[in-house]
Design a protein around this ligand. Sequence first.
Ligand SMILES: NC(=O)C1=CN([C@@H]2O[C@H](COP(=O)(O)OP(=O)(O)OC[C@H]3O[C@@H](n4cnc5c(N)ncnc54)[C@H](OP(=O)(O)O)[C@@H]3O)[C@@H](O)[C@H]2O)C=CC1
Ligand SMILES: O=C(O)[C@@H]1CCC=N1
Length: 274
Amino acid sequence: MLHKKITFIGAGNMAGSIISGLAKSGYPADLICACAPSANNTQKLADQFSIQASQDNVTAVDWAEVIVLGVKPQMMADVCQAMVDQGADFSNKLVISIAAGISVQRLQSLLGEKAQIIRTMPNTPSLLQKGMTGLFASEQVSEEYKTFAGDLMSAVGETVWVKEESMINSVIAASGSSPAYFFLFMEAMQTKAIEMGFDPEQARLLVSQAALGSIEMVKQNPDISIGKLRENVTSKEGSTAKALDTFNELQLTEIVAKAMQAASDRGEEMEKLF
Ligand SMILES: NC(=O)C1=CN([C@@H]2O[C@H](COP(=O)(O)OP(=O)(O)OC[C@H]3O[C@@H](n4cnc5c(N)ncnc54)[C@H](OP(=O)(O)O)[C@@H]3O)[C@@H](O)[C@H]2O)C=CC1
Ligand SMILES: O=C(O)[C@@H]1CCC=N1
């Protein structure tokens, strides 16, 4: 991939995960700058990966060709407005937003019509280069910048381009938020395993190793449906069948669908709020 100077505005959980994943992928560290008001997160990343740290958004934007916006949705308008008011010029820069609930149109109105904006929805496993990112580009974004954004996020995991911007909210539901669903499920299993007599470390190992093995089986067998893998574990009249009956009685599938819809709806709602 081409290497360009990248400034991250915001260096918290998500931006920090992408920076870590990128640095581990071999992206030149001296071309990455992390910028945030406090030195806490930026200095940690600078110490760990030899990237640049800054507390000055405008200078950091001027320095780079690619700007990744990684602040909370609630803060996005104020942060962008302040940068523009202080003279930051986003014309012809590639602006990659990782924020939920901020539309391209909103960003364009904040940063000016000449900013080339790509909206993405990554997730925190990007830290381990096992991320999943959905991307949406508005019509005016150049092919060069689309390729660059795709390559950048591919360096930290898998990517999917969506044609409709509204699908970014579906990406939030399926992969942006979903590490938290899997963590919740594992937490619940760990709690019960402890109740059944294991110490916390053993419980964590039992649950996490089963999760890891299951994920690997899904990844390494693309021709076998996930349903078939589930059936292979489920002996007739055995223990697994009893567990699955319980999930079905309590309508796990419907619960999951409702939770995913709620995540997507909140993404849509934030687009109106922020
Ligand atoms: N967490 C996740 O799993 C995912 C998050 N996202 C999106 O990523 C974005 C960030 O979320 P997350 O990383 O969780 O949030 P965090 O709170 O962890 O990080 C927010 C960052 O923004 C920085 N910040 C605050 N004010 C400014 C400012 N004026 N200028 C520059 N930086 C500023 C903070 O600085 P400081 O370090 O000084 O506090 C911090 O580094 C959100 O928009 C969210 O929707 C998308 C996908 C997944
Ligand atoms: O909770 C959120 O809004 C963000 C978007 C996806 C994950 N975290």
